[in-house]
Design a protein around this ligand. Structure first.
Ligand SMILES: Nc1ncnc2c1ncn2[C@@H]1O[C@H](COP(=O)(O)OP(=O)(O)OP(=O)(O)O)[C@@H](O)[C@H]1O
Length: 247
């Protein structure tokens, strides 16, 4: 279970995460939504220990993430897969080595096994045989899928996806969402997915949390968000605005 308790974060004199409390139960897939800049990515980075909160705490299976020593934090991160917004692939490594990185980092030395796992991962993301290519030879959508493969290669029980379909065409986006769903169903992962693609995450998440200017303004299941009377939540969910657009 992931428990975010009264987490607050300031950045350059202003509050970025404002007293957020949220519980994510095991094998639950949470869609984290909200306007650009509301703090979604910062919250995920706080949860996985990359950014320290100014107040509050994060517990993963009762372990206080920000009280861990660096080596203990590294151990915890072995259990967490992360798909970053900016791909975060290593440009100097080919695709196969990028995908194999978490396996080798975890101490796997059986190169035959690694090669088999990488081969299967490339098949799973519908990019068989591209292991020898380098990230700069790939399209944005291919990089996202390779990042996905790397994030889940060790089948981590917890996975965080930061806008996995940002900037992708609809066909590639739907492929990514299919992969996400497959991970959830076949490996019972607990996940948090940040996405601006409401239609896409409707079907892959069982609960939803919405941030607005760092505050948690909604948490609940699909039925609850569809019935939510808060105009900000319902407009965001349905993808329209009462205000005229200032263009
Ligand atoms: N290391 C950091 N610690 C705390 N706050 C940060 C840090 N880096 C950036 N910020 C601030 O956090 C705010 C929220 O950014 P964040 O990337 O979390 O928004 P977001 O909701 O994920 O936006 P988007 O949907 O556009 O990706 C920004 O205003 C940014 O200035």
């Amino acid at each position: 279970m992931i428990r975010i308790e009264n987490v607050t974060k300031y950045h350059e004199g202003r509050v970025v995460i404002d007293d957020v409390t949220l519980t994510i139960n095991d094998q639950t897939n949470v869609g984290l939504i909200g306007p650009g800049g509301c703090g979604k990515s910062v919250l995920l980075k706080i949860v996985c220990g990359l950014i320290k909160p100014d107040k509050g705490r994060v517990l993963i299976d009762d372990i206080d993430v920000h009280k861990l020593k660096p080596t203990e934090l590294a151990d915890l991160r072995f259990r967490i897969g992360m798909l970053f917004q900016n791909y975060a692939l290593f440009d100097s490594m080919n695709v196969a080595d990028n995908i194999a990185f978490p396996l080798r980092q975890a101490g796997e030395t059986d190169e035959t096994l690694i090669a088999e796992k990488v081969k299967q991962a490339l098949i799973d993301i519908s990019l068989p045989g591209i292991g020898d290519r380098y990230p700069n030879e790939l399209s944005g959508g291919m990089k996202k899928r390779v990042s996905f493969a790397r994030a889940v290669i060790r089948r981590p029980p917890i996975v965080f996806y930061d806008d996995p379909t940002a900037g992708l065409d609809p066909v590639t986006s739907s492929k990514i969402f299919i992969l996400l769903r497959k991970m959830q169903h076949e490996h019972d992962t607990t996940s948090v997915t940040i996405s601006h693609d409401i239609e896409g995450i409707k079907d892959i998440c069982d609960r939803f949390a919405m941030l607005d200017r760092g505050r948690l303004i909604f948490e609940g299941d699909r039925q609850a968000i569809e019935a939510c009377e808060d105009s900000l939540v319902s407009q965001f969910w349905q993808g329209y605005s009462d205000d005229e657009l200032n263009v």
